[in-house]
Every structure is written in C-alpha cells, then in structure tokens.
Design a protein around this ligand. Structure first.
Ligand SMILES: *Cc1c(COP(=O)(O)O)cnc(C)c1O
Ligand code: SF4
Length: 446
C-alpha cells in the first residue's frame, strides 16, 4: 500500500521539521519568555541535574500555555523546582549564581544524580544475558519468554519526560548506557533461545532511529530460524512526542511498510505506546499517526505511569482509556512511578493509586478494562496491587505477580500490611505477622 497516497487519509498534513531544545537552549524557547525570571532560573537549576529535551511540536501543539505551570504536558517535559530535594536544589542554585565553570557544574550534577537511584530494580546486574560466554550488553532477559533489546541508535527520545525511569542514560552516564549496535548479536541470541516468543525493542525510543536501522534489526525475523519469535513489540512515545515520524518524515512510509511486512509474515506486531494523559491523543497529527500504524495491521497498546501533577485522578485515566478505545488502541498497563529520578515529585501512595485505578476502571466499558495495574516493575517482577481488604481483622493489600523472575510466582495472591503512605514494594511489610513474603527465600527484598 502506498501510505502517502492512501485515499482514507483523514487530514492533509504539512511535513514538519524536527526542532529540539536541550538544557543549554532553555533560554531560547520563545514560549518561556513570558514566565517570571525566577521560574526560568529554577528550571535551569533542575535541568542541570535531570535530563531536559523538548521539541517544538510539544511546545506549540501539546502544551496549553494559559494553564502553565499546572498544564499536565508542561509538567511532563519541563523541569520543576520540587523535582530535586531542597538541599540539592539549593546547592545547584548557589553554584549557578556564582558563575561556575562547566566542570564544576558537571561535578555537582554527577554527585546529586548519585542520590537519585539512577538504576532501579537491578536492571544492570541481574538481567544481562550471555552468548558464547560473553555478556551481550544491549539485551535484557528477565522473564522467560520475553527479551528486551536496546538498539544503540534508539537510546534517546524526541523529548524527555521529567519522570523518566531511564533518565540516567540521557545525562551522559556512559556506564549506565545500554548499547548493542549489532544486529548480528541480537539475531544470534534470538536463534539460540527457542523458549523466547516475544522480542521487545525499547529505549529511549526506538522510533528515533532511521527506518533502515529498524529494517536491519527486524526484517531478518521473517526467516524460518525465528519462527519462535511470534511477537515483536516496539516501545515508543513517538505517537505523542513526534507523530510526524509515522506520517510525513522522509522515511515514514518505509517504516509503515516494514511493519506491514512483519505482519504479513505472521508476526504479531505491537507498538507499546507510552501515554500519560488524554491530551496527547487530541491533535489531528497524533490521530493520523495512530490511524496509519493501525492500517499496517500492527496493534497499538498503551501503557504509562500514574504521576502526581500529571494524571493522579480517576477521571483523567477514564478519559484516557476511553479515548484510546475509540481510536482503536488497547489499554495495557497503569504503572506505579519507579523508585528513581524525580520520584519525590511524582510518587503516589499505593493505596491512592489503587483507588484511582478502581475509580477509572469502573467508569469505562469492558473494552477499556484491559489495563492492568497499578503495577510496580520491581526487582522480583511486576507486582500488581489488586486491592485493599480486611482479613481476620487485619487491613491488608492484596498483591499478585503479573510477571515474576520465577515464572511460578505469577498469579499467586499474597498479602501486605496496609500502609497508607507506602509507594513501593520494598516499603511494604508482610501481613499476618509473617517474617517475609513467599518469594523472599529466592529473592530477598531488602
Ligand atoms: C514488562 C516487562 C516485560 C514484558 O512483560 P509483559 O507482562 O509480557 O508485558 C519484559 N521484560 C521486562 C524487564 C519488563 O519489565
Ligand atoms: S519516553 Fe520513556 S524513555 Fe523517553 S523520556 Fe519518556 S519515560 Fe524516558
């Protein structure tokens, strides 16, 4: 199919040039000129520690500047003072006021980042697979049937989320950067592991890559040696941050043709789209991008974290899921914000997260109730808060593994003492006076 001339096209779209601002160019963003100088300085302080990158589409088409600073998309991409602890903020602010050298700023930034748990959930140490006795750096194999692949050209994003859980790789921390850069190693690993059914290509955002790179990784999978790879998922926020990637960029049609080839070869192709707010789904270009991706036969599934200041109420999630269903997207996960980066600013207690989830799910039709959550991607696995109840006079959280480091943990209910303020699995205590959770013999939590 010639996508560019597709008669079912809903909107005429002018190609748009990708223009992006990073923290050195914060002062050059026209839309910020109207904000108070103090607020701009605060952004500058935070942007020296946490990643900052925003493109013109997000600034001009997604943010409602009349609602700044409360606008959810503004909060999603622009740094805010309280994202750093007060002492950290003051130290960086004091330094910047004294006309420091770049090296001084970098040194303090590195120190402050070290306090922000740059690598949560043991990603680096525990999940790196081996091939012929060598470690394969750009792969992560945590759950039996699924392998994560971090193509080296896909380790940035079209903009950066202020709550990003992979933020460490965006601030030049080379040690923490996943990279493979080698299709051959990926292919050899997949061929050697018949137990795998799912390949999940992730980043950063793999959709920042040129289509010919994606072809180099993915086209081979249509060969018989990879018949066991039934599902190819691509994690992306490009449907939000740069929908032109799928519509008018020079290699947009090539990308759609690649997806279509994979579908025709019998693969289940899923774009795992990262969404935080229904506002991301409102622009004509975002809708056109979704429509074109779906026209290839690929499925769009949606996931994203629950975040204070952005989407911490039930109505926002209900509208997000409803809109997704209307656009043919399948709601998949509501995540709990991970224990890293600016988490202090965004975290929502688990008890409240569950109330929001329940409040939203009961408003939507059955097709919107496919979202699981709230789910914590913790060291032992993905743990879902199923509810709060009382058993034998004790108020408890009911929990289950959606995914477990040991597949046998999956779907067994277990219980934690109710705690109104806990925001993560390692803050929970087993219920009923038990000394530990059932899985802690194999994998201690603390
Ligand atoms: C979520 C996740 C997966 C995929 O899990 P599904 O339940 O199949 O969506 C795979 N690997 C890791 C490390 C993950 O966090
Ligand atoms: S899209 Fe994902 S990887 Fe990219 S900045 Fe946002 S949270 Fe981080």
């Amino acid at each position: 199919m010639e996508y560019a001339r597709d008669a079912r096209r809903l909107h005429a779209v002018e190609p748009r040039k990708f223009k992006v601002y990073t923290h050195h160019q914060l002062d050059q963003i026209p839309a910020l000129a109207g904000l108070p100088a103090e607020q701009r300085f605060e952004m500058q302080v935070v942007a020296n520690v946490l990643p900052f990158r925003v493109n013109e589409y997000v600034i001009e088409d997604l943010i409602d500047w009349d609602r700044v600073p409360d606008d959810p998309i503004f909060q999603l991409v622009f740094p805010q003072r309280d994202m750093l602890a007060p002492e950290s903020f003051s130290r960086m602010a004091d330094l910047l006021r004294g006309d420091p050298s770049r090296a001084e700023v970098r040194a303090l930034a590195t120190e402050l980042r070290g306090d922000l748990n740059p690598h949560p959930a043991g990603q680096m140490e525990l999940n790196v697979p081996r091939l012929d006795d060598e470690t394969v750096d750009g792969l992560q194999h945590k759950y039996r049937e699924t392998v994560l692949f971090f193509p080296s050209q896909g380790q940035v994003c079209h903009s950066y989320c202020t709550f990003c859980f992979r933020w460490a790789q965006f601030v030049g921390d080379k040690e923490l950067r996943f990279a493979l850069g080698e299709a051959d190693k990926l292919h050899r690993y997949l061929a050697a592991h018949p137990e795998l059914s799912d390949l999940l290509v992730t980043g950063g955002d793999p959709m920042v890559m040129k289509t010919h790179h994606l072809e180099g990784y993915l086209d081979a999978l249509t060969q018989p040696a990879y018949d066991h790879i039934q599902t190819i998922r691509i994690g992306t926020k490009a449907l939000t941050f740069w929908p032109y990637r799928f519509v008018s960029d020079a290699d947009a049609d090539d990308l759609l043709r690649l997806l279509e080839r994979l579908v025709r070869a019998g693969k289940h192709v899923a774009l795992m789209a990262h969404y935080n707010h229904w506002r991301e789904l409102e622009t004509p270009i975002a809708r056109e991008a979704i429509r074109r991706v779906r026209a290839t036969g690929a499925v769009v599934r949606a996931q994203g974290p629950l975040l204070r200041h952005i989407n911490d109420d039930a109505d926002t999630w209900a509208r997000l899921w409803e809109t997704q269903v209307r656009l043919g997207i399948v709601p998949y996960y509501m995540f709990v914000e991970r224990d890293t980066g600016a988490r202090r600013y965004f975290e929502v207690p688990l008890a409240r997260a569950w109330e929001i989830y329940r409040g939203a799910i009961k408003q939507v039709s059955g097709l919107g109730r496919t979202a699981r959550g709230p789910s914590m991607s913790a060291n032992p696995g993905k743990v879902e808060v199923q509810g709060v109840t009382e058993i034998g006079g004790e108020k408890v959280f009911v929990l289950r593994f959606i995914q477990g480091r040991n597949a046998d943990w999956v779907q067994r209910p277990f219980f934690a003492r109710y705690d109104e303020t806990a925001t993560w699995l390692n803050q929970l205590q087993p219920a009923f006076g038990e000394p530990k959770f059932f899985f802690e013999d194999e994998m201690p939590l603390r």
